[in-house]
Design a protein around this ligand. Structure first.
Ligand code: FRU
Length: 325
């Protein structure tokens, strides 16, 4: 019979098919490779609140030891996540939050601060009155609500800055592209457009380029390294800038282990952010390439260790059957 794993960690992801969340999962798995006795259950809700609720319910029936969750939209996910919390199963909320704030730990950047940072950055690009266009993310997701809140704090405090048009996207490039096409005239009247993530920023840029305006200023959020992602788009001048939004996969697992091992842990693990634009994009790209290579090195070492452990186990088993050990 298989030996019982020491801990079961469940991760309920709101949507798993974009590069940012794939990176998050990779980071989690890499960190988990240091804890071979942890069983990891992963569920992808495909962007459906209902699906995420039922997946969390299913995970709870399996009596997991800890739940990591990135809630699709805050309100619809609040009752189920609260009930997990009340059952005293540790809950780590990552990237997006529920509406109640009932969790044992949060891992992610401060989205209000990111909204503020984007606003302040756009303001200092010009000394004139500034009209900005906004494309939000999925309306009920906390990341979108908080980014909007931060941005409004800046806009409300500056008479020289106003929001000329707000479009409601859903975090995807396709929707952003379609919305940008239908609202092209209004968007082009703005001095600059902020999309609440880089994929939507790229969708707007595509609509602009097709209409013959490839060089209008668009700012995004995420600055994810790798081909086809935001950091590259800034390096290539497709996007004007992006606010770095780390995925925090490794930190989420580290926090989970600390909670399970009853070690001290931080309740609010706020990941750093920073503006990426032409001035630092190339350097950031080089650094993340270097980190990637080092991580691949670590992966290789982990695989070697695992292979050695397997050999050792088999040898022990052989010795046992021979009655030697
Ligand atoms: C990925 C994503 C990111 C964004 C985050 C907000 O699914 O849309 O691009 O920063 O979610 O929760």
């Amino acid at each position: 019979a298989p030996t019982k794993r020491k801990y079961v960690i469940a991760f309920s992801q709101c949507i798993g098919n974009d590069a940012w969340r794939k990176t998050m999962l990779e980071e989690m798995k890499r960190e988990l490779s240091f804890y071979p006795d942890v069983e990891f259950l992963y569920r992808d809700a495909g962007g459906s609140n209902q699906q995420q609720v039922s997946q969390i319910r299913e995970l709870m029936e399996r009596h997991v030891d800890l739940l990591i969750v990135s809630p699709n939209e805050a309100s619809p996910l609040t009752p189920i996540v609260d009930s997990v919390f009340r059952e005293k199963v540790p809950v780590i909320v990552t990237d997006r939050k529920t509406a109640s704030g009932l969790y044992h730990a949060y891992v992610g950047a401060d989205n209000v601060a990111i909204g503020r940072l984007a606003g302040q950055y756009m303001r200092q690009l010009s000394s004139q009155r500034l009209n900005i266009g906004i494309m939000t993310g999925l309306r009920g997701s906390s990341a979108s609500l908080e980014r909007m809140k931060g941005l409004e704090q800046v806009v409300d405090s500056l008479p020289s800055m106003r929001i000329g048009i707000t479009l409601h996207g859903d975090w995807t490039k396709n929707t952003a592209y379609t919305l940008a096409k239908t609202n092209l005239t209004a968007l082009l009247k703005q001095d600059i457009v902020l999309a609440f993530n880089d994929q939507m920023a790229k969708g707007i840029q595509q609509a602009y380029a097709e209409a013959g305006y490839p060089d209008r200023k668009i700012v995004g959020i995420d600055a994810l390294p790798g081909a086809g992602n935001g950091l590259e788009a800034v390096t290539d001048g497709i996007l004007y800038a992006s606010m770095l939004y780390p995925t925090g996969g490794a930190e989420a697992i580290r926090t989970a282990i600390a909670i399970l091992e009853k070690n001290p842990f931080t309740r609010d693990n706020i990941l750093g952010t920073l503006v990426i634009d032409k001035a630092n994009a190339a350097l950031m790209g080089l650094q993340s390439q270097k980190i990637k290579e080092q991580q691949e090195d670590i992966d290789k070492r982990q695989q070697l260790i695992a292979a050695q452990q397997e050999i050792y186990k088999n040898q022990q088993a052989t010795l046992n059957t021979l009655g030697i050990s």
